[in-house]
Write a protein that binds this ligand. Sequence first.
Ligand code: FMN
Length: 390
Amino acid sequence: MCVLFLHAYNFSLLAKSLNLLSMDNLLLSVSDYEGEARKKLSQHDWGYFAAGAVGGETIKENCEAFKRWRFRPRNLKNVSRVNCATEVIGSKVPFPICIAPTAFHRLCAPEGEFCTARAAESIGVGMAVSLWSNKTMEEIATEVPNCIKWCQLQLTKNRIVTEHFVRRAEQNGFKGFIVTIDEPVFRNRDHRYEDGRPFNFDTSIRSRNIEQSTKIVEPDQSAFAAFQSWMNGSVEWDSIDWLKEITDLPVVVKGILTAEMAIKAVEHKVDGIIVSNHGGRILDSTFATIDVLPEVVKAVNGRVDVYFDGGIRKGTDVAKAIALRAKAVFVGRPIIWGLACRGEEGVRNVLEILKNEFIFTMQFLGVSTIEELQTTPDIVVHETRYFSKL
Ligand SMILES: Cc1cc2nc3c(=O)[nH]c(=O)nc-3n(C[C@H](O)[C@H](O)[C@H](O)COP(=O)(O)O)c2cc1C
């Protein structure tokens, strides 16, 4: 007994000296990163990233809903080689997981979006740069020139400022626009901490990216104040037509949750759709995005690519969304957690965890290509449908 104890003690000393038991080595899953990020970030910053709108129903539901979709594997097939490369908004990527636009990366790491973009560049996946990034588009393009970047836009009644963003993105090698359509008016005041207390955003946190364009018309006003006044709920589909006219880059709309909206988007000749409810931060009590994905895919019927975000925390989640015919998924908070814990390395690690888990899932399901994952009938089914047939 004593000998065993001594062996265990010696092993733990050896492991410690080899750094095998350091905290970083325990960051093996996205949820490990979440737990560690919660400890690392200030209460305000954690609250900002974690917050959901009003009752927090959608934010929870996005993750919970994945559990109700179940796999039906087909094994004894050669899955020794898996190919999950694909194309996202016109760019080739090695696997179908990209970075969703999220604001203010400097709250997580001093170099902010540089770290996120470097991680994306090193792996070859794409990053949607939030309009509210701390670093400007110009700085990111100079510092991380080979990162596949898309510019997230928020359309407002002020088209002069929107066009300024468009020209800056075009001049700095961005590969397309992701237009967020689910936030017609500015919502920040009723976000909540997880324990239900109201969260108040510290408006002294600045986005130099957005300021660079707002100041051309409002040099004396903060970007927050200016944007808030322009986001007055007046934007309609003609703004998408206008955007398509002023740029040759692809335009993808983010925030589609219904067949009706998807059909409208196709009619307005968008180049892609992202099924998204903004990670539960805007309209509370929507369906989870994974639950509405099939409705949108069916309505679009292959006319444009359908992408997905919301609640992706594991490789199985990625596999479910791809099996339900999303072309690729975008990931929001997990990237933030990686950035908060270990900067560029953390973002890379989170992406790699999701990729590896996704590849294992494909192998365990008995598929070796995305096409196979998407065309094997009922490889993922909703449990209510399954049980109702029994
Ligand atoms: C802290 C935070 C900031 C966000 N900022 C933006 C933004 O500036 N523009 C935007 O289109 N979406 C924004 N989103 C929404 C994300 O792009 C994405 O839809 C959502 O995070 C996906 O859900 P997930 O966090 O569960 O992956 C933000 C989300 C979070 C959590």
